[in-house]
Design a protein around this ligand. Structure first.
Ligand code: SF4
Ligand code: SF4
Length: 255
């Protein structure tokens, strides 16, 4: 079985919620990435889609085109794709059309997390982006509507595509291995809205947690660290802070 064009229509119509209505996270990571949001540049993340999703999008927009590898790493991504998949790229963040984003765009930086028992308990994130994606350092901003819609979208996709389900079961197992090896705790945003954690070398056991246990990661730990990282990325750190027009603290206090 595989997702068909009409199935992607079903998903695109229902999975529309942003990670957060309140925060434009792209403003926080773009200074680290030449002014473009990290997940919107193929230097960082090459969108991979099912051919049926590309067909669905091509009928509606000219935002997307096939991705042409520019170096050995991106050539490898393209070479290793399953025959049903395609690497694509959009015209860039300045031309983004929200209704024509891929499922991968809509989900980033999260994926449905499977327990060892192959049950979807909630979301976790693509950890290789921890050093560039501001959302990963601010999990408290993730809204329930986004969690609900992401889970619903993927459950639907898995009903139509067993390989896709297997890929996320593997992705979750891989996260457990990587985090266990480095002695790190995995944060999970539960589909019930609660926060859970998995301790290293615990056999994947899910236990209750508090969002406060998951501190921001470098370089989102302080304005100083943030500005240093912007400078290292050849950006202009002048005036850049982790709370430009709003304050997370105010948000916590107001809610
Ligand atoms: S999801 Fe992460 S990488 Fe993408 S725009 Fe937001 S902060 Fe940047
Ligand atoms: S379609 Fe929008 S969200 Fe997706 S990669 Fe392009 S600019 Fe980013």
């Amino acid at each position: 079985m595989a997702m068909k064009v009409k199935h992607f229509g079903h998903v695109h119509e229902r999975f529309t919620a942003p990670v957060s209505q309140r925060y434009d996270c792209g403003r926080m990571c773009a200074p680290l990435n030449g002014g473009e949001p990290v997940c919107c540049t193929t230097d960082n993340a090459v969108p991979v889609v099912e051919r049926a999703e590309y067909k669905y999008l091509k009928k509606r927009t000219d935002l997307w085109r096939g991705f042409k590898p520019t170096d050995a790493a991106s050539r490898q991504i393209v070479d290793e794709l399953a025959p049903s998949c395609l690497a694509i790229e959009c015209k860039g963040a300045a031309h983004c059309e929200r209704e024509h984003r891929t499922v991968a765009c809509r989900s980033f930086p999260f994926f449905p997390y499977f327990t060892k028992e192959k049950e979807i308990i909630g979301l976790s994130y693509y950890w290789t982006f921890e050093d560039r994606c501001w959302v990963i350092s601010n999990l408290q901003i993730v809204e329930q509507e986004f969690v609900d819609q992401l889970i619903e979208a993927y459950v639907y996709i898995f009903e139509h595509d067993e390989d896709e389900e297997e890929a996320y079961i593997d992705q979750s197992a891989s996260m457990r291995r990587v985090f266990s090896r480095s002695g790190r705790v995995i944060p999970i945003i539960g589909r019930d809205g609660k926060i859970y954690k998995i301790l290293p070398k615990s056999g994947g056991k899910i236990i209750d947690a508090n969002i406060e246990e998951f501190a921001a990661l470098e370089p989102f730990t302080s304005d100083e660290a943030y500005r240093e990282a912007i400078e290292e990325a050849d950006g202009d750190p002048a005036g850049k802070t982790l709370s430009p027009d709003w304050s997370i603290k105010d948000w916590w206090n107001n809610d």
